[in-house]
Design a protein. Structure first.
Length: 154
């Protein structure tokens, strides 16, 4: 599994929500605002000069490198799952969500998770943040440098 923006790169070993079990979200936010807020919050948690923050979803990227929902028919797409990849202390972490019917609600749920982790980062010891992130840690085996891996080994 290689983290990528599009199509969705769901973390290996993480369970998926059955389509019939997805629920309607209550977040009152547009996709673009939810996406921008997630990137902003993730950049504050992210600690790597070699890796980029990646928001992976089944939404193609436009010319400016931002997701274009109009290409998929709006916020209700067949697989609304989203996964955020961040790196801290040279370790990859993935926060994935497919609980909600709409992609914007899954993006917002990940934002809320990252915001909670950042609150721990600001107000607790570093050890508590590390303990909180254990469940999000990934095992990615590669001999490539981080930037080559993200570029597809180019």
């Amino acid at each position: 599994m290689q983290p990528q923006d599009f199509p969705l790169a769901w973390p290996e070993g993480r369970s998926r929500t059955f389509t019939c079990d997805r629920i309607a979200g209550r977040f009152k936010i547009a996709f673009s605002r939810a996406y921008d807020a997630l990137l902003d919050e993730a950049e504050k948690l992210h600690e790597s000069k070699d890796w980029d923050v990646i928001v992976s979803a089944n939404v193609p990227l436009g010319v400016k490198g931002l997701p274009v929902l109009s290409a998929t028919g709006g916020t209700k797409i067949a697989d609304p799952g989203v996964c955020l990849y961040v790196w801290r202390e040279d370790r990859p972490y993935a926060v994935a969500c497919d609980t909600y019917l709409e992609i914007r609600h899954n993006v917002r749920a990940i934002w809320a998770t990252i915001r909670a982790l950042r609150t721990i980062q600001r107000h607790a010891t570093g050890a508590l943040l590390a303990q909180s992130m254990v469940g999000f840690c990934l095992e990615i085996e590669t001999t490539e440098t981080p930037m080559k891996m993200l570029a597809g080994g180019a």
